[in-house]
Design a protein. Structure first.
Length: 143
């Protein structure tokens, strides 16, 4: 998998929305609103592509403040999950965040993804909560 940033409003961005919709939204009966997508224009969109040039992974970094960035909307093509692509994407995002002088990564992990992030050195902060109709945990890691 080759990983590189993509630009908001491009065909690659549209492809990322389709992947996120398939993996993260449709299973919950949800869709992105135009307003939600419009808020992503200044985010860092990091995408993974297979050898054929098809997008198979996406992750978004949203600056929270001068030193903190929030990882969100991590999605791996369903047929490729469990093969290490998610870990590679997260590690690449951490390197990119450090290169932008962020020192702290935060995220809201779906309950089912918490073990994945724990293996990558993230820690649970606070109590579980519900987001997009399912249980989540706030997690963080010093970069």
């Amino acid at each position: 998998m080759t990983i590189f940033p993509i630009t908001f409003g491009t065909p690659e961005y549209d492809e990322s929305v389709a992947l996120r919709n398939e993996v993260l939204r449709k299973p919950l009966g949800l869709e992105f609103s135009p307003e939600q997508l419009a808020q992503e224009w200044s985010d860092i969109h990091l995408a993974g592509f297979n050898n054929a040039g098809k997008m198979v992974a996406i992750l978004i970094l949203t600056p929270a403040d001068e030193h903190t960035v929030k990882m969100r909307q991590v999605a791996i093509a369903p047929t490729l999950q469990g093969q290490g692509l998610g870990a590679k994407l997260v590690q690449t995002s951490e390197h990119l965040a450090r290169s932008h002088n962020f020192r702290h990564m935060v995220l809201h992990a779906r309950e089912t993804a918490v073990p994945f992030y724990l293996k990558l050195g993230y820690q649970i902060v606070g109590e579980p909560f519900e987001e997009v109709t399912i249980p989540h945990a706030k997690m963080e890691k010093a970069l």
